[in-house]
Ligand binder design. Structure first.
Ligand code: ADP
Length: 261
């Protein structure tokens, strides 16, 4: 519990710091992306210059992805928690995820029908899935298998005693597994800390899992990781079941939430 508290305080500090910067930064990046894009289309026939413009746009897009991760920490992001069916959310992301992981990795999904509903911000849940999938991809540079599962589970007393403090009850389990390189116990012990990364410079921010942790706990959920070096990794996320609000289910959004503020 002490550790959880420390984690929460760190997240709060990083969130406040990051949010302010990220918000202004994002506006600047929009300008860079926009102008680079215009430049690119005005440079038809000038292949070398066009390539430069394209590189600028790409870099700005990567930077924008990074700031949106930072924004996920911060209060400036407008959250719209609502009743969600994770089956819809996963289905709508599948094509994008396949593109993200490339052809050497097989994406399998096993999502039960009749999943209980959960209450969360859809953009945030998409962020959670994205971050876990990107990590799984990076753990399998030689290719492999990535599995996304979702099913209903009851966590009872026995489960609770084997793990940390959990409210027994009904949850939707969302699991992301890979058969990649796995993690040492040293890595596992730092996993959810902001800025902890083992990836080479420029590749990792160390914010992916800290963001995931923040979103899951904010949504009243729990997260566990199972990993062995060379044996692959499974992240399990438990989101509490929502009851009595089923009629509120809205169709899954297709576009990202614009950042306001
Ligand atoms: P980043 O991906 O930017 O490094 P994360 O917070 O997402 O930041 O992950 C932190 C670290 O956890 C990674 O650098 C990596 O060492 C480890 N990690 C996360 N997911 C996996 C995975 N599926 N397999 C192996 N290692 C992982």
């Amino acid at each position: 519990l002490e550790e959880q508290l420390r984690q929460a305080q760190k997240m709060e500090a990083v969130g406040r710091l990051a949010g302010g910067i990220a918000h202004d930064f994002n506006n600047l990046l929009t300008a860079i992306t926009g102008y680079a894009d215009t430049l690119e289309s005005n440079l038809k026939g000038e292949d070398a210059l066009r390539k430069n413009a394209e590189e600028i746009r790409r870099a700005a897009e990567r930077a924008a992805a990074l700031t949106s991760q930072l924004l996920a920490f911060s209060r400036k992001q407008v959250l719209r928690p609502r009743v969600l069916d994770l089956r819809d959310v996963v289905a709508r992301m599948e094509e994008m995820l396949r593109r993200l992981i490339g052809e050497n990795i097989a994406l399998c999904t096993a999502v039960d029908e009749g999943l209980w509903r959960v209450k969360a911000d859809q953009g945030q849940i998409e962020q959670v899935i994205m971050n876990l999938v990107v990590n799984a991809r990076d753990a399998m540079p030689q290719g492999g298998r990535l599995l996304i599962e979702a099913r209903n589970v009851e966590l009872d007393g026995s489960y609770v005693s084997r793990h940390m403090a959990v409210n027994p009850g009904s949850y939707v389990l969302l699991a992301v597994s890979d058969d990649g390189m796995g993690m040492s116990s040293e890595t596992i012990s730092h996993l959810f800390e902001p800025f902890y990364t083992t990836k080479e410079q420029g590749k990792g921010t160390g914010l992916g899992l800290a963001t995931v942790y923040g979103i899951v706990t904010q949504s009243g959920g729990h997260i566990w990781v199972y990993s062995e070096p060379g044996e692959g990794t499974t992240f399990k996320i438990y989101l509490p079941r929502v009851e009595g609000e089923v009629e509120e289910v809205l169709p899954a959004r297709q576009e990202a939430i614009p950042v306001e503020g």
